[in-house]
Ligand binder design. Structure first.
Ligand code: FNR
Length: 379
């Protein structure tokens, strides 16, 4: 097997192993994909200050995110249908995160259910909530997350309507799926994936199917899901969530200074500066580009995390230097999962850990808490 030295290697391997329909689902942005690409480019454009002749022995990238000890400031982001990238994907990713000492966030739209993941892990994970029109269902999800000992709720605010992703439509990725002939032929070249799927019973949305009255299979799910993302969601919904959730709360999907100011006043523990990995509003600013303004506006009021476009430990370093207290990664670990299952997620985390540690050293720093804008070339 070729040496895997960076996230792009995992991406190439994932592309070979995941069926086209699901690979495209992960590796795509909305409309022209300008924000999707800009997310990565914004990190690339940022130059670093190289410092030398400093004692950089004994480096530490350990820190805390919302008061939780983490081996590095990276959490696994919620990713819908993780279990289609690799059978039992949510369980495997959660286990890899647990072993590595970083938080795992289970999405509402997961294949493995909250209870499934809890049964196969021993430390608390985070749960991501979409507020559905059926508030009773959202309430029951929060109760199930509490019963499963989830320690934080990540409330996603940037998906009241779905950003259109052309490739999903062209591939027939819908609920229920209507795969095109090309997509079906592609399955013949993905025997490993097909074999995995035959081995598992987890092939639909485990948090939903069987938990909502009348939703017992993929076709009844289709109708229900189509009607459920709530365009009426507003800031008062955060208060409603807080009535049902008394543990840590993170507000995800903030990509504007005014919204950050409102969010910071709502009593949450953190916000995630995010544009959903370029999957929602195409043309929105790259998260890294808006990050400094948000840090300057509310960084002294609330903990700030960032995601969208992070593909290396260097990107994590830049985010931390710009003032974030933590990062989330989506595709970077999904590529690892699709490439090699749990070992691939671990590999993605190892790669990021090493890159972050070495970048910190070459920047003349030994403690992640000392990293700051002085490490960046700012024009
Ligand atoms: C996501 N994201 C996401 N976010 C969320 O709150 N709930 C979800 O179910 C999903 N689903 C989802 C599926 C896929 C395939 C992707 C790629 C992303 C967004 C995710 O949490 C995160 O914000 C982005 O993935 C960050 O961008 P990068 O790291 O993928 O560039």
């Amino acid at each position: 097997m070729e040496a895997i030295t960076c996230i792009e290697d995992l991406q190439r391997l994932a592309k070979r192993r995941i069926p086209k329909m699901f690979y495209d689902y992960a590796d795509t942005g909305s409309w022209t994909q300008s924000t999707y690409h800009d997310n990565e480019n914004a990190f690339q454009r940022q130059k670093l200050r190289q410092r030398v002749a400093k004692n950089i022995d004994n480096r530490s990238i350990k820190t805390q995110m919302i008061g939780q000890d983490v081996s590095m400031p990276v959490a696994l982001a919620p990713v819908g249908m993780t279990g289609m990238m690799h059978a039992d994907g949510e369980i495997l990713a959660a286990q890899a995160a647990e072993n590595f000492g970083v938080p795992y966030t289970l999405t509402t739209m997961s294949v493995c259910s909250i209870e499934d993941v809890a049964a196969h892990t021993s430390s608390p994970f985070w749960f991501q909530l979409y507020v559905m029109r059926d508030r009773g269902f959202s309430e029951s999800l929060m109760k199930r997350a509490k019963d499963a000992d989830c320690s934080a709720l990540v409330l996603t605010l940037d998906l009241q309507v779905l950003g259109q992703r052309h490739r999903d439509i062209k591939n027939g990725l819908s609920t229920p799926p209507k795969p095109t002939p090309a997509v079906l032929i592609d399955l013949l070249f993905k025997p490993r994936w097909c074999w995995q799927m035959l081995q598992t019973k987890r092939r639909d949305f485990g948090n939903i199917v069987g938990h909502v009255q009348g939703v017992a299979d993929m076709s009844s799910l289709a109708e229900w899901t189509a009607s459920q993302f709530d365009p009426t969601l507003d800031w008062s919904s955060v208060d409603w969530v807080k009535k049902h959730w008394d543990r840590k709360l993170i507000l995800k999907g903030i990509n504007d200074v005014e919204d950050a100011k409102i969010a910071a006043g709502l009593g949450a523990d953190a916000i995630v500066v995010s544009n959903h990995g370029g999957r929602q509003l195409d043309g929105a600013l790259a998260s890294y580009d808006i990050l400094p303004d948000i840090v300057d506006a509310v960084g002294d009021q609330i903990e700030i995390h960032v995601d969208s476009g992070i593909r290396s430990g260097q990107d994590v370093f830049k985010a931390m230097a710009m003032g974030a207290k933590g990062t989330f990664i989506g595709r970077s670990y999904i590529y690892g999962l699709g490439a090699m299952g749990k070992a691939g997620v671990t590999k993605a985390l190892e790669i990021m850990h090493k890159e972050l540690d070495v970048t910190m050293g070459l920047s003349g720093e030994t403690d992640i808490h000392d990293v700051g804008r002085h490490n960046l070339i700012l024009k």
